[in-house]
Design a protein around this ligand. Structure first.
Ligand SMILES: Cc1cc2nc3c(=O)[nH]c(=O)nc-3n(C[C@H](O)[C@H](O)[C@H](O)COP(=O)(O)OP(=O)(O)OC[C@H]3O[C@@H](n4cnc5c(N)ncnc54)[C@H](O)[C@@H]3O)c2cc1C
Length: 463
């Protein structure tokens, strides 16, 4: 592509494809439509036939208020200058280079969907799952490996969740919630049934370092304490002494306050427990056919917050181990990626190829800055990227070209089957109708076939 593109007719809008309809993609589309300097036409492309990314397939289903953010995100999809184009995978249905040929600019917001591994023996055993696998299953992602997750959950009594971030707490909470607590969620029925049948008695959430270094938020900790079906425990010896000065970080100080309350709890016979355990790192998953335990080495943490092993190893019984030690991004064919960080190299959102900004290519969200921050963090992030794009228009690096053909037509000619906004509305209506059968607001359709059948049935009714 040349650095300066030929201008289109004066009225032609700048045609932008956004790759990924998660929060970052939607906020980027919104930022593009909320400015008056440059007329735009935005195609918001997602490999799933549904929008919202991890708001739909990440945020825990029992976080009803948080998940309701999709109502706000949906408004951006209804803007007349935005077109949702689902069921299209960039890099497979069409290459990055072809996409860039078809539009004036591309903003990559395809997230960071891979899990990080522990790199220890036994990680491949039955009963060892990545949080990404469990979360995909309980949120009804159509690519979830249902057989693997359900085999791992069968008869589970002792669970170890490795990691002390919010996702680890989500996993622990979902596993001990009562069926009554999960009933109002949009989890698929088979998920509710499997969770209700899993006889979980003990969940250990394991942190390599101390409570001061844990990355969970006080809100998530508080919520864990409010779960009806379990008692939360902490060993007081893992906490800073009452006579020590409070941690300078207010978030950490609040967390320690909540952990102290948990340390005062006592287990009750017959009631499941969630133990938040610190200063322990997994060194091996024990078991032959399936996981039977985790060998945990006691650690000490130095002044810089680095953990090192003491050689003191204990076997913690576990028939399910969930590793929740972070997400990471990967490259799309034809797009540069920094393998060590799992992000696309960029300068203020401009994709860098061999160190220089690549005209017309931008990046936002988790694939730009790594898998950190809440949904709202992506708004600021996407705005920065869109500001860079608009600066490039002002500088003449990017110009509306018009007349390169319609992206949806190109995709159809390629044999893809794009799902547009009205099709997504049909899926949405089918999920609401399915939920209503059991008195719920919605039940997630969890299979490609049922998602696409909802689209076809609606088209048939209209036709
Ligand atoms: C388990 C979990 C729980 C979380 N809970 C909370 C919470 O309670 N509160 C909170 O504020 N934040 C939460 N977050 C964080 C929040 O979800 C993220 O900040 C946010 O979703 C990141 O947005 P994104 O758009 O960069 O990526 P994503 O949300 O991952 O969106 C990326 C989109 O790109 C699409 N895509 C991927 N590859 C392609 C391709 N090749 N072609 C086309 N489309 C593609 C995907 O299908 C997806 O829709 C949670 C995250 C996780 C993982």
């Amino acid at each position: 592509m040349s650095a300066v593109t030929p201008p289109g007719p004066p009225s032609a809008p700048l045609r932008v494809a956004v790759v990924g309809a998660g929060p970052a993609g939607i906020y980027a589309a919104e930022a593009l439509t909320r400015q008056d300097d440059v007329p735009v036409a935005v195609d918001l492309v997602d490999r799933l036939p549904t929008p919202f990314g991890l708001v739909r397939h990440g945020i825990a289903p029992d976080h009803l208020k948080m998940r309701a953010i999709r109502e706000t995100l949906h408004r951006a999809l209804e803007h007349p200058c935005v077109r949702f184009v689902g069921n299209v995978s960039i890099g497979t249905d069409v290459s990055c280079a072809e996409l860039l040929e078809a539009v004036d600019a591309v903003i990559y917001t395809y997230g960071a969907a891979l899990d990080r591994r522990l790199g220890i023996e036994g990680e491949e055993l039955l009963g060892s799952l990545a949080a990404t696998e469990l979360v995909a299953w309980y949120t009804g992602h159509p690519d979830a490996d249902r057989a693997k997750v359900e085999a791992a959950l069968e008869g589970v009594r002792d669970v170890v969740v490795v990691g002390v971030g919010n996702v680890a707490l989500d996993v622990a909470r979902v596993l001990v919630r009562t069926p009554e607590e999960l009933d109002p969620t949009d989890m698929p029925q088979h998920v509710l049934d499997v969770l209700a049948a899993a006889p979980v008695e003990r969940v250990t959430v394991l942190g390599r370092r101390g409570p001061v270094q844990a990355t969970f938020t006080t809100k998530e900790l508080d919520e864990l304490g409010d779960v009806a079906g379990a008692t939360v425990l902490v060993d007081p010896a893992d906490l800073p002494g009452e006579d020590e000065p409070p941690p300078p970080d207010r978030l950490v100080a609040r967390n320690i306050g909540v952990l102290r309350e948990f340390a005062g709890n006592t287990p009750e016979p017959g009631r499941p427990t969630v133990t938040l355990r610190f200063f322990g790192r997994p060194v091996r998953l024990a078991g032959e056919d399936r996981v039977t335990g985790v060998e945990v080495e006691r650690t000490v943490v130095d002044e810089d917050g680095r953990a090192s092993g003491t050689g003191d190893v204990e076997l913690v019984p576990a028939d399910l181990v969930v590793r929740s030690v972070g997400y990471r991004g990967s490259g799309l064919p034809g797009l540069p990626v920094d393998e060590s960080r799992g992000t696309v190299p960029h300068a203020a959102g401009r994709v860098l190829r061999e160190g220089s900004p690549a005209p017309g290519e931008y990046v936002a969200g988790w694939i730009k800055r790594g898998p950190t921050g809440v949904v709202g963090t992506n708004k600021h992030d996407a705005r920065e990227t869109v500001a860079a794009l608009l600066e490039d228009v002002a500088a003449g690096v990017l110009r509306p070209t018009g007349g390169r053909g319609d992206l949806v037509e190109l995709l159809r000619a390629r044999g893809a089957d794009p799902v547009l906004l009205e099709d997504w509305r049909a899926i949405d209506a089918a999920e609401v109708a399915l939920g209503a059968e059991r008195g719920r607001a919605r039940t997630t359709l969890h299979e490609w076939d049922s998602l696409l059948a909802a689209v076809r049935e609606a088209a048939h009714r209209i036709g």
